[in-house]
Design a protein around this ligand. Structure first.
Ligand SMILES: Cc1cc2nc3c(=O)[nH]c(=O)nc-3n(C[C@H](O)[C@H](O)[C@H](O)COP(=O)(O)OP(=O)(O)OC[C@H]3O[C@@H](n4cnc5c(N)ncnc54)[C@H](O)[C@@H]3O)c2cc1C
Length: 429
């Protein structure tokens, strides 16, 4: 079977790997210079390892991606870095039942109540019964207004903005259920891991074409794609037996022709946020307590999360630089998407100085990365909104980030999705 896969993110790569293993003639088309999609990395000349443009790690129960790493003999590092929250410009470790019980800004009753709610979600398996409820309505009732207002509401506001009242309780359940105390990371970085999968696809005869953008996709009896080589602008048209699209749905709508209006409306209802990450390269640590991940519980803060990557992976891999992400989720129309890195640092500077007054004395350099579609919004009853793999276009399949549910999107689920769609195609062949 001659298969085209649009996108060399982890969905596209895992689908391609599954299909070449079964002897299919596979070509992956990727508009970027490198594989990895949202988990793509970049590398400064003096670094040994690449770094993700947007912070990434795995949980130790991310079995699909960990099994893939095992299968291709890729080394994974497991560590237990410190996770904290920022409240009133003070940092509190909050990553274990003990740390919740010790949290000083709530009464003992509030702490116990919050611990019971978290423990309940950790052990409760029936997510389907939760999906009809809104997190913003149910959580204050379960945890009490004080705990919700102090910790969870600011986190929700910072992450979801105007969508805060849309998010389903099943999304919150998934976040609690899935979290593991230890985290995992592919040695060398996600880019290296993605390149290794590309190598395995090519070893088995598959093609992975970079800087090749799909412009049009149609299907009368067989799918046909029109693509452009970004380097030399050369246009080509090619027919395939099957096409798998792994881009977010709005990009699928842009390239596909002759889709029925009802289908377009269904996909059009799916909402998502973009992400921006300003990465600072520092000579000294930003946090003085070794925190890896800091969630900012302050609705007025210009940053949602601060992630000191080198409090997770060894700084030695990055020429002893300390690497700090300043992350936000925003709509792609938000002003953050039109800011330069200089403007963004200027905006964040007063806030950052309240945590580490002298961080700028240690600044080596900084970069800004933007992804216009990064986090689907999961409203109530999302299970009824998920588009199927099969599309109205003959032999064209959609396998993308918006089909990941009830778990929150991640490279693990991208791998699972890629493997699932590949199995479906093999079965239908
Ligand atoms: C800020 C942030 C933090 C995250 N944190 C984590 C984390 O800690 N752990 C984790 O596992 N996951 C995390 N994720 C999520 C994870 O990155 C994604 O779920 C996953 O990478 C999605 O993979 P995908 O292949 O489905 O889609 P994508 O990665 O979006 O891949 C789609 C690919 O299609 C390509 N493409 C688009 N249009 C075209 C076209 N016309 N022609 C050719 N190619 C095209 C794109 O360039 C891209 O490479 C995070 C994401 C973000 C943004």
């Amino acid at each position: 079977m001659k298969v085209a896969i649009i996108g060399a993110g982890f969905t596209g790569l895992s689908a391609a790997y599954e299909l070449v293993k079964k002897g299919n003639d596979v070509t992956v088309f990727e508009k970027d210079q490198n594989p990895g999609g949202l988990a793509i990395g970049y590398k400064e000349n003096n670094w040994k390892w690449s770094l993700e443009k947007h912070y990434h790690h795995w949980f130790t129960n991310d079995y699909s991606v960990l099994n893939l790493a095992k299968e291709i003999n890729y080394k994974v590092i497991i560590k237990g870095p410190k996770t904290s929250i920022l409240v009133n410009y003070k940092i509190f470790q909050l990553d274990s039942p003990i740390s919740v019980l010790k949290f000083p800004l709530l009464t003992l009753i509030s702490r116990l109540r919050m611990s019971i709610v978290i423990a309940f979600f950790k052990f409760y398996p029936f997510w389907k019964t939760l999906e009809k409820y809104k997190a913003s309505i149910v959580l204050p009732k379960l945890m009490g207004l004080k705990a919700y207002s102090l910790i969870w509401k600011p986190l929700f506001v910072n992450k979801f903005g105007k969508y805060i009242n849309d998010v389903s309780l099943s999304w919150f359940w998934a976040r609690i259920k899935k979290r593991t105390p230890s985290l995992a990371y592919p040695k060398g970085g996600f880019l290296n891991f993605a390149n290794c999968i590309v190598g395995k696809i090519r070893e088995r005869g598959g093609k992975v074409l970079f800087e090749t953008e799909i412009l049009e996709l149609s299907s009368e009896n067989k799918p046909q794609i029109k693509f452009r080589n970004i380097k030399n602008s050369k246009l080509e048209i090619e027919n395939f037996d099957v096409v798998i699209v792994t881009t977010p749905s709005f990009l699928f709508l842009k390239i596909a022709s002759n889709l029925p209006e009802t289908y377009k409306n269904t996909l059009g209802k799916l909402k998502g946020l973009g992400a921006t990450n300003l990465i600072l390269r520092l000579r000294e640590p930003f946090f003085n307590d070794g925190t890896y991940w800091l969630s900012v519980c302050d609705k007025t803060a210009p940053v949602m999360a601060i992630v000191e990557h080198t409090n997770f992976m060894d700084k030695e891999n990055y020429d002893n630089e300390r690497l700090l992400y300043l992350g936000n989720y925003r709509e792609h129309t938000d002003e953050y998407f039109s800011m330069t890195k200089e403007q963004m640092l200027e905006r964040f500077d007063p806030f950052l100085k309240k945590i580490n007054l002298n961080y700028k004395d240690n600044l080596i350099g900084y970069e800004l990365f933007k992804a216009p579609f990064a986090q689907p919004i999961i409203p109530t009853n999302y299970s009824k909104m998920i588009p199927p793999f099969k599309t109205p276009l003959k032999h064209v399949y959609l396998a993308n980030i918006e089909q990941v549910y009830p778990w929150d999107r991640g490279t693990n689920y991208a791998v699972e999705l890629g493997e699932k769609v590949a199995r479906l195609i093999s079965k239908n062949a």
